[in-house]
Structure formats: C-alpha cells, structure tokens
Unconditional design. Structure first.
Length: 306
C-alpha cells in the first residue's frame, strides 16, 4: 500500500470539459488555460510532496503534456516516471460546449504526428496507444507496428490503454504482438473498479508475465465518490474516510496492480484520495457490486462533458 504505487492522471485537469462526476465543484471558477495550468501545478506539487512519482498524460488531454512539461522543467524533478498516450486528438478548442472533444485514429500518420507533438513538451518514459480495442487497425498495420518498435529501440517503453466491455480480450491480443521476435508492449493501462472488474484476470496474467499494470478510472469517473453504493459508503463511514478512498483501496488491494492512477483536480481531492493507503478491506467486501460490462460502458458513454 506504499504511496509509490499511486500515480497522478491528468485527464481531468488538462482541458476545461471532461466527464468526471464531482469535478466541476473542485476546479477554479474560471477555466482558462492559465487557470488550469495553475491548478495542475498545485496538484502536482502536492502529489510529489506526498511521494507520488508517476504522472500520466495524453495528447487528447488538452494541454496536459504542456502543463506537465512546464512543471517538470520549473521544478527540476528528475525522479518522476512520465507516461503519455497517442491515438486521440483533442479537438474541443478549449470550449465547454464543443460538439466533439476528441477524435480517435490509430494510424501510422497519427502516431508519427503525435509522437513529435508529445516530444515538444516531454520525453516520455512510457508511450501508450490510447484506448486500444480488439478491432483496432493497429493489429494488422505492420508499418505502424514497426514504427512503434523503432521508438522502443530509442529507449521509450511502449504500452497501451484499453476501454470498452472487451478489455480482457484486448489485453491478451495486444500482448501477443511481436516485432522481429520481441514483444511490442511492456505496459498496460486498463479501467478496473468495483463496478467493472472484468479485466482483472487478464491483468493478473499480464502482471505475471512481467508487464507493468496501471489501473485507471478506479473511481468510475467519479461515480464511486459522488454516487457510491451502500457497501462503499458503510466502509467509508466506519473508517472515517471518503468513499473515494474506499474505491481506490479496492484497486490497491489487487496484487497485480503496479500503479493505480488517481485523477484529483484539487489538493483537497488529492488528500482525500491518499487516505486510501490507510483503508482496511476484508476479502470480498465489495465483490458484489460488479455490473455487466456492457451496461457499465453504456453508462460511462452517457456521462456529459461538463
């Protein structure tokens, strides 16, 4: 349960609109670029002081890479593992009411374009395919696979994140990919929480094979903090912590979870999240909360961008 197993995710800080429930109340009254830059740096400072040493960004997280790169340069920290992702492009124009906020494309052109863009701001330790699914063209695009392998030869660890009700299949399929006899990916980032734990077996297998496993959306995009089921609330009340801490503790309890990402947008949220390190969970305490993956992902897709 060391704090070193926690990572900081910037999905909810790098752009003005996002789907996380309970986010709006914690952000600055204004959400201009400089307002969110300041908020990001404040949370990163607090996370670093607490011992967090992994930060995760993406090309589609608005200006998250710019904010993170500026913070690293200003603070001079050299012991932070930086991961980012390519595949989605941010097209929201820094507007709350944008019709579309991000567009997905897994192509050689998109990879080369976004890798160059990322390196304007960061030198990522880990570069991930964003939201890989079983039907992604990456699985049949040999030129794209070769380009990814070239990046790996330059010292960048390659990974992928997953989404959707078939995450487990995607994890297994992606870990079979090889270029010139070498496994392409060495990290995987998947959605796992007490409502949607279906990928757990695949992640356990990946961990056993030496893959670094990151857990994202352990709070179900804030729903487990703001709209927590009864069992989560009862444990939180009994232990004097927030429901967010209980949900995060359930992810930290998984022996295959190497890094659990938190998505706090304020120092207050961060402090509440960090209480997860002190939560005690009995075996199976929250095992009855899972919903069918299809239903979970339908509900997630219906969350508004606010």
């Amino acid at each position: 349960m060391r704090v070193g197993r926690l990572g900081m995710g910037l999905a909810a800080l790098g752009r003005p609109a996002y789907i996380n429930v309970g986010r709006a109340e914690e952000l600055p009254a204004r959400r201009g670029v400089e307002d969110l830059r300041k908020a990001t740096w404040s949370v990163l400072d607090a996370a670093y002081a607490a011992g967090v040493r992994w930060v995760d960004a993406a090309r589609s997280y608005g200006r998250s890479e710019e904010f993170l790169g500026g913070w690293l340069a200003d603070r001079g920290h050299r012991d932070v593992t930086v991961s980012s992702k390519w595949g989605y492009a941010y097209v929201g124009g820094w507007r709350m009411d944008a019709e579309v906020h991000e567009v997905k494309e897994h192509s050689l052109r998109r990879f080369r374009e976004q890798y160059a863009e990322t390196r304007r701001f960061l030198r990522p330790d880990v570069y991930q395919v964003h939201s890989l699914t079983v039907d992604s063209p990456l699985f049949v695009d040999r030129a794209l696979q070769a380009a990814l392998a070239e990046a790996a030869a330059d010292g960048v660890r390659l990974g992928f994140s997953t989404s959707g009700p078939r995450q487990g299949e995607t994890v297994k399929k992606a870990l079979e990919l090889e270029v010139e006899g070498r496994r392409l990916f060495s990290t995987v980032q998947s959605t796992w929480n007490v409502l949607e734990p279906s990928v757990g077996a695949a992640l356990s297998e990946a961990h056993g094979a030496g893959i670094h496993v990151l857990v994202k959306e352990a709070l179900a995009n804030g729903r487990l903090a703001v709209q927590a089921p009864g069992p989560v609330r009862r444990i939180a009340d009994d232990q004097g912590v927030g429901t967010d801490a209980v949900a995060l503790a359930s992810a930290l309890r998984q022996p295959w979870a190497d890094t659990v990402l938190i998505g706090a947008v304020s120092t207050a949220q961060l402090r509440s999240n960090l209480a997860a390190l002190d939560v005690v969970l009995e075996e199976g305490a929250l095992g009855s909360l899972a919903v069918p993956p299809e239903r979970y992902w339908e509900q997630r897709a219906a969350l508004p961008w606010t």
